[in-house]
Design a protein around this ligand. Structure first.
Ligand code: BV8
Length: 275
């Protein structure tokens, strides 16, 4: 049973403070693979196994090829209609904030106001030095490979550390992608800004878009909205709510409905839902 857009639109119009938690499914229609499901493998490696400090320490050549390939794919991709619809909502409502788990940069390229977009897990286009004594970090949106050795991400060849990206400031430190790996804390400034959003007033509604909700603390923001009796709208191509759950959630009278489930492509549903 499709969720009821009419009651959702009424809720959207009556909500003043709105959050969105978005994940890889938001960019799926832009051609970028998700982490789970078919997209979760890169050269027969589980992407989750490569997104760790240990993986980088053990094999910086492999991990840099993984991120170099994803940089190139993200630069080739274009934002889809859902990215633009979220950016438009942010322009309409200063009390709307997008929490993105995505590192692909597509929300920014859709002109989402940056003051209303928190990158919980960093960005493919951020770099930082791994040298303990160096504080270098910078954004780097260059469309060409960061070093000649990274020019062919499909080469499968081992790249000596000397041919991997190095710090332009200390000249000795190996650079790493400016993403949050598993086991690493989210950027303090991002967590502080998200916490402040909750402290400034009750969050009336959270849009949960294209995410498996399997990564914490990001997924925990949905629980925080529920704990405030906020409403939840899930947009996912593959919701696993059982029929009884879905019926229960969707059959509640409008006034009592606390959740909507919109099953399908975010690029199709989000523009309709936010119009
Ligand atoms: C930390 C950057 C502590 C790198 C990523 C409880 C509390 C706190 C931590 C934990 C906890 N339990 C476990 C942990 C540890 C861990 C964790 O959550 N593990 C999981 C696997 C159980 N968390 C951490 O390590 C975090 N750090 O807790 O630090 C700490 C504190 C102080 C000091 C030291 C340490 C850090 C987590 C961040 C990891 N980095 N990304 C990179 O990108 O390479 S997360 C990574 O996975 C991505 O960013 C992405 O966000 C995430 C995958 O999630 P999704 O985006 O949801 O993608 P997924 O493929 O799973 O799902 C896609 C969904 O879309 C699906 O549901 C699908 O059906 C749907 N879909 C597909 N197509 C469409 C669609 N929907 C709509 N339309 C479509 N077309």
């Amino acid at each position: 049973m499709a969720a009821d857009l009419t009651s959702f639109h009424a809720c959207l119009r009556s909500s003043s403070r709105i959050l969105a938690l978005v994940g890889a499914g938001l960019s799926a229609s832009s051609g970028l693979p998700t982490f789970r499901g078919a997209g979760g493998l890169w050269r027969n490696h589980d992407a989750m196994d490569l997104a760790t400090p240990d993986a980088f320490a053990a094999d910086p050549s492999l991990v840099w090829q993984f991120y170099s390939a994803r940089r190139a794919a993200a630069l080739r991709a274009s934002p889809n209609r859902a990215h633009y619809a979220l950016a438009e909502l942010a322009r309409r409502n200063p009390n709307f904030l997008t929490l993105t788990q995505n590192v692909d940069g597509l929300s920014l390229r859709a002109n989402h106001p940056s003051s209303q977009l928190l990158h919980l897990h960093g960005s493919l286009f951020a770099l930082k030095c791994t040298s303990f004594y160096c504080d270098y970090s910078d954004n780097n949106n260059t469309t060409h490979p960061l070093t000649p050795a990274l020019a062919d991400p499909d080469s499968h060849s081992f790249i000596p550390a000397a041919d991997l990206p190095h710090c332009p400031k200390c000249h000795t430190g190996l650079l790493r992608p400016g993403v949050v790996w598993f086991g690493e804390p989210l950027p303090w400034s991002v967590v502080h800004t998200a916490d402040s959003f909750f402290e400034q007033g009750k969050v009336d509604l959270i849009l949960v878009i294209g995410t498996s909700g399997s990564v914490y603390p990001a997924a925990g923001y949905v629980d925080r909205v529920r704990a405030q009796n906020g409403k939840v709208a899930i947009f996912n191509i593959d919701v696993d709510a059982t029929d009884s759950d879905e019926e229960r959630l969707l059959d509640a009278p409008d006034s009592e409905r606390m959740q909507w489930i919109f099953k399908g492509d975010a690029a199709e549903w989000i523009p309709k839902a936010l119009e």
